[in-house]
Ligand binder design. Structure first.
Ligand SMILES: NC(=O)c1ccc[n+]([C@@H]2O[C@H](COP(=O)([O-])OP(=O)(O)OC[C@H]3O[C@@H](n4cnc5c(N)ncnc54)[C@H](OP(=O)(O)O)[C@@H]3O)[C@@H](O)[C@H]2O)c1
Length: 356
């Protein structure tokens, strides 16, 4: 049987390494090349030591990529967009993990990124690669974008409430996101120096976080069947915490009618009962009563829970995931599975660790 020939660009980075870990063991895929501009010629395991003994691949230079069926771009924002035509000449289907093709509207991009998108002509064609919301578009997609890790948790946690028409859009949506250090990528910076990063609970983007744009786009689509969420104010803040992998979202949603927990459960169950990677979490007892990223490291799950504050007509939504998995590489493999009509869980069955 011919396996799908795939390759990765940006191979020395964190999402590139995570994709290699997944694709090497995917039963329908042959990972032929992993390209790196900084480490060409080195063994894959020299930059991703967890793959030691599991692959004899050497990283190639991006100029030496051969044609393949699907190419994963794990490049910084701006770089993917600028070089997209070069990569489209190598593969008919691209999955790009950067933010360059996440937004359909150039104006929305410009508002949140402070500059015009690098390749605006492709925004309309690209599919936002979140299978839970865009599954039907993926089989025919030639250009699929990855999703922001914090945006993914927030959108998945909140979509059922918008779908059900429960949200009081006269009041702001408040989303607090906590995120681990690997979300910043492999390149060291002043903020990632160990004495500064270790033990940190650092508010790094209390306003203006770019992932807000994905919420405006995707929750608007869910709420109105298209269009952006312009009528509601959105307050998104991000905090760096003492984790390597992980995102935890706490969102405060004010609902427009009095509602009980049972009804809320019904909406969440109806939205997600057939989803392989979404788990509703709300236990009465024990330590892990709400979603927690700690037990999701390495898994593709997004755990979602909530608590109703009836007096305030407020739902507190809590969602957790591993930023390198459901927030990046795992989600990209799930999207790949959708694009080719395979079981969505192929290559993604690792359940996470406990204790860890
Ligand atoms: N980390 C996350 O949790 C996460 C989650 C969702 C989305 N993303 C997105 O996924 C993309 C990759 O993220 P990452 O965390 O894997 O980043 P990373 O660890 O910094 O890796 C990016 C890689 O891109 C390559 N590269 C090519 N041209 C470059 C240039 N001009 N400057 C710097 N690097 C260049 C480098 O690899 P070579 O030298 O090997 O070519 C670099 O290692 C980003 O757009 C990011 O926003 C990341």
């Amino acid at each position: 049987m011919n396996r799908l020939r795939v390759a990765i660009v940006g191979g020395s980075g964190y999402t590139g390494g995570e994709l290699a870990r997944l694709l090497l063991f995917h039963p329908e895929v042959e990972l032929g090349q992993v390209a790196s501009s900084s480490h060409a010629g080195h063994y894959l395991h020299s930059v991703h030591p967890n793959l030691r003994g599991l692959s004899s691949l050497r990283l190639c230079h991006p100029d030496d990529l051969s044609s393949c069926d699907t190419l994963f771009l794990c490049l910084p924002h701006g770089v993917s967009g600028r070089e997209i035509e070069r990569y489209r000449a190598i593969a008919p289907r691209i999955i790009d993990l950067s933010a360059d093709f996440r937004l359909r509207s150039a104006a929305l991009y410009e508002r949140w990124y402070g500059a015009a998108p690098p390749e605006p002509s492709l925004l309309a064609e690209a599919v936002y690669g979140l299978p839970e919301l865009h599954r039907a578009e993926l089989p025919s997609a030639a250009l699929v974008s990855g999703t922001g890790c914090m945006a993914t948790a927030a959108i998945l946690g909140l979509a059922p409430l918008y779908q059900a028409g429960l949200v009081n859009s006269a009041l702001p949506l408040v989303v607090e996101a906590k995120v681990g250090s690997s979300a910043g990528g492999a390149a060291p910076g002043a903020g990632s120096h160990h004495p500064d990063r270790s033990g940190a609970v650092r508010s790094f983007q209390p306003t203006g976080h770019r992932h807000t744009a994905e919420l405006i786009q995707e929750l608007g689509r869910v709420a109105h069947g298209g269009g952006e969420l312009h009528t509601q104010r959105m307050a998104f803040s991000a905090t760096a915490v003492e984790l390597v992998r992980g995102v935890l979202i706490t969102a405060h949603v004010f609902v427009s009618e009095s509602i009980d927990e049972r009804t809320l459960w019904r909406f969440y169950r109806e939205a997600y009962q057939r989803e392989p990677f979404i788990r509703p979490v709300k236990e009465r007892n024990g330590v892990y009563r709400y979603p927690e990223p700690k037990i999701l490291a390495g898994s593709n799950y997004c755990d979602i829970g909530f608590e109703l504050d009836r007096d305030q007509q407020r739902v507190v939504v809590i969602a957790a995931l591993d930023n390198l998995m459901k927030g990046a590489a795992g989600n990209a493999v799930q999207a790949l599975n959708c694009m080719y009509g395979w079981d969505e869980a192929l290559g993604l069955t690792f359940p996470g660790l406990h204790p860890v």
